[in-house]
Design a protein around this ligand. Structure first.
Ligand code: PEP
Length: 263
C-alpha cells in the first residue's frame, strides 16, 4: 500500500432498516472511539453503504454527532431526473451528503443485467454529481478457470475508464464473484495479482496521477482474521466488506486492521 489512505467500506446490501441502521452506526462509532481509532495517518477511512431508505437517518446521525464516518448509496441511476420509476438520482445522493456510491456490484450485474455500458453511464453520473464511484469488478469461478485471474476484471474496468477523461477520483473494488458470501476469500497473493493488473490498466488509460491516487479494494469474505494480509499488499488499499459489516464490532475490528499488520 502506497500513501493512499485505506478505505474500509461496508456494503449492507438489503439488510437493516433505518432504525437498525441508527443502532449499528452508533455502535460502530462507539467501538471505533473506544479503540481510539483515528482516521488518516494511522487509520483507515470507514464508510457504510446502507439501503436508500436508511440514508437520511444515517446522514442525520453522522452530521448531528459529528461521527468520523462516511457513507454512500449502493447504486444510482445513470439518469439525472425524469420518468425513471424506482430509480435514484446521483443528485439525491449528493443532497444527502453521500461521499461514495457503489457501481456495478456483481449482484447488480447478475440480477439486474447491468452491462459494462450501464456501469460506465453510472460512473459518469456519479462523477457529474460530485460523488466518488466505487466501481466493482470481478470474475466468476468459471471465468477464472477459462480466462485466468485478471482478464475479466481488467476488461470490466477498461470498459469504464476508457470512457473517462481528466483525473477523476474513483475507487475500484476487486470482488471475485466466487469469494462473495462464500466464506472462501481469495488469497492476498491472488488479490495483489489482480490489483496490480487493475492499476496498470488505469495507468494506461488515465495516466500516472490517477493510477497512483486510485484506491483498489479487495472484497469477498473479508473478516477481521484475514484483513491484515490483504492490506500488506502494495496494490490493495482497503476492503469492501459485505456480511461482516453488519456486525459493528467485527466491522470495527476490520477497520482497525493496522493493529494486525505486521503482527
Ligand atoms: C460484498 O457484498 O460486496 C461482499 C464482499 O460480501 P462478503 O464480504 O459477505 O463476501
Amino acid at each position: 500500500m502506497a500513501d493512499r489512505i485505506p478505505l474500509i467500506a461496508g456494503n449492507w446490501k438489503m439488510n437493516l432498516d433505518h432504525l437498525q441502521a441508527i443502532a449499528v452506526v452508533q455502535k460502530l462509532a462507539w467501538t471505533l472511539d473506544d479503540a481510539r481509532h483515528s482516521y488518516g495517518a494511522d487509520g483507515a477511512e470507514v464508510a457504510v453503504f446502507p439501503p436508500f431508505t436508511d440514508l437520511r437517518s444515517v446522514q442525520t446521525l453522522i452530521a448531528g454527532d459529528r461521527l468520523d464516518l462516511r457513507y454512500g448509496g449502493q447504486d444510482l441511476s445513470a439518469h439525472d431526473s425524469g420518468a425513471y420509476t424506482g430509480e435514484i438520482s446521483g443528485a439525491f445522493l449528493k443532497a444527502l451528503e453521500c461521499r461514495y456510491v457503489l457501481v456495478g456490484h456483481s449482484e447488480r450485474r447478475q440480477y439486474h443485467a447491468e452491462s459494462d455500458e450501464v456501469c460506465a453511464a453510472k460512473v459518469a453520473a456519479a462523477l457529474r454529481h460530485g460523488l466518488v464511484p466505487v466501481l466493482c469488478v470481478g470474475e466468476t469461478a468459471e471465468d477464472l478457470e477459462t480466462h485466468g485471474p485478471s482478464a475479466v476484471p481488467v476488461a470490466q474496468l477498461r470498459a469504464v475508464v476508457e470512457t473517462l477523461t481528466g483525473e477523476p477520483e474513483l475507487v475500484v473494488a476487486y470482488e471475485p464473484v466466487w469469494a462473495i458470501g462464500s466464506g472462501q476469500a481469495a488469497t492476498s497473493e491472488q488479490a495483489q495479482v489482480v490489483g496490480a493488473a487493475l492499476r496498470a490498466a488505469i495507468r494506461e488509460e488515465l495516466g500516472d496521477a490517477v493510477a497512483d491516487a486510485t484506491r483498489i479494494l479487495y472484497g469477498g469474505s473479508v473478516k477481521s482474521g484475514n484483513i491484515a494480509g490483504f492490506l500488506r499488499e502494495p496494490d490493495i488499499d482497503g476492503a469492501l466488506v459485505g456480511g461482516a459489516s453488519l456486525d459493528p464490532v467485527e466491522f470495527a475490528a476490520i477497520a482497525r486492521f493496522q493493529k494486525h499488520v505486521g503482527a
